[in-house]
Design a protein around this ligand. Structure first.
Ligand code: MG
Length: 160
């Protein structure tokens, strides 16, 4: 079996008047993130990990933020498209591990919902989808609550 690992990173600045969506799950009442799409920073890191594993470029090359087609895009739709693209090349998702770094909100109450959402959209099992939240210990701008960062690694597998 052929395996490939991919890594993804994304950051978004906090912005008033925007919804906060992480891994396809909304956090009502929390300050949102600035972005061309729905600014789902976790989904974007996951998409880059998937594209990276298949050496298929990155989120910006497939869904450019200069394209009106992707304005306000649901990042779960972008994720489904990314998964479909690597599937077309014969890959299946092995597992995903992601970390979201922010001072707030606390992710713990919604971690299971996020794992369910990502597993459903990626067409994989929940046991193969790990999401972890942590703070930046008040260090730097992320620690000051000015933005949210996400990292992800994804394994792709191909028989033969
Ligand atoms: Mg992004």
């Amino acid at each position: 079996m052929k395996i490939r690992v991919g890594y993804g990173y994304d950051s978004h600045r906090c912005a008033e008047g925007r919804r906060l969506i992480l891994g396809g799950v909304e956090f009502p009442g929390e300050i949102g993130l600035k972005g061309h799409s729905d600014a789902d920073v976790l989904a974007h890191a996951v998409i880059d990990a998937i594209f990276g594993a298949a050496a298929l470029g990155n989120i910006g090359s497939h869904f450019p933020d200069t394209d009106e087609r992707w304005r306000g895009a649901d990042s779960m739709d972008l994720l489904a498209r990314a998964v479909a693209l690597v599937r077309e090349q014969g890959w299946t998702i092995g597992n995903l591990d992601a970390t979201v770094i922010c001072e707030r909100p606390k992710l713990a109450p919604k971690i299971e919902a996020i794992r369910d959402q990502l597993a459903t959209v990626m067409g994989g099992e929940r046991a193969a989808v790990s999401v972890k939240g942590k703070t930046n210990e008040k260090l730097d701008d992320v620690g000051g609550g000015l933005g949210i960062i996400a990292h992800a690694v994804c394994l792709l597998e191909q028989l033969g």
